[in-house]
Design a protein around this ligand. Structure first.
Ligand code: C5P
Ligand code: MG
Length: 191
């Protein structure tokens, strides 16, 4: 089983690219942000809890996020692969992921980080806000906080997997097709 972590700051194109990878490789796409938004849309207890954090651009506590991710992975026992988008975002989440996969005699295959300039990210997210309906996309101060949280909590995940020789950074600038081609070049040799 292949487990890819599609990594990068908010607005770096993870969701857009994940859809293309699913089409080519038939892996299961798990976006923890999308899962939270589904729960929030249905006003579930999990959604209401998550909203307290997401509305401020902060991270939902690890225990909640990890539990939700584990449930989702366990729903697909026959998956040939997973694309994780927006998870793990902390070292604790990375350790929990490794433990989960290790229990399935598996491991993270590769982390691929999309590198995008900070100002480009802010502009992309503000543009996305026009159609996404996401409150955390439409307020520049919340976007800036999400970027700060990415720097302070999440970039360490890149180093965590780099220590295991699993991290690779590619450019997330340019056209969507160009970025997809860069990703295919990284993933094809793993299949
Ligand atoms: O991944 P995405 O940008 O869609 O996530 C939206 C929000 O969901 C994040 O800003 C954060 O508040 C929350 N989230 C989280 N932990 C994750 C994924 C998302 O707290 N692992
Ligand atoms: Mg996303």
């Amino acid at each position: 089983m292949i487990t890819l972590i599609l990594f990068g700051p908010p607005g770096s194109g993870k969701g857009t690219q994940a859809a293309r990878l699913v089409e080519k490789y038939g892996f299961i796409h798990i976006s923890t942000g999308d899962l939270f938004r589904y729960e929030m849309g249905n006003d579930t207890p999990l959604g209401l809890k998550a909203k307290e954090y997401i509305s401020k651009g902060e991270l939902v506590p690890d225990a909640i996020t990890v539990g939700m991710l584990e449930n989702k992975v366990n729903q697909h026992p026959d998956a040939k692969g997973f694309i994780l988008d927006g998870f793990p975002r902390t070292i604790a989440q990375s350790e929990a992921l490794d433990a989960l996969l290790s229990g399935k005699n598996s491991e993270v295959t590769k982390l691929i980080a999309l590198d995008v300039d900070e100002e480009e990210i802010v502009q992309r997210i503000l543009k996305r806000a026009e159609t996404s309906g996401r409150k955390d996309d439409s307020d520049e101060s919340i976007i800036r906080n999400r970027i700060e949280v990415y720097k302070s909590e999440t970039t360490a995940v890149f180093d965590y997997y780099a220590d295991k020789n699993k991290s690779k950074q590619i450019s997330g600038m340019g056209s969507i097709d160009e970025i997809t081609d860069r990703l295919f070049s990284e993933i094809d040799p793993l299949i």
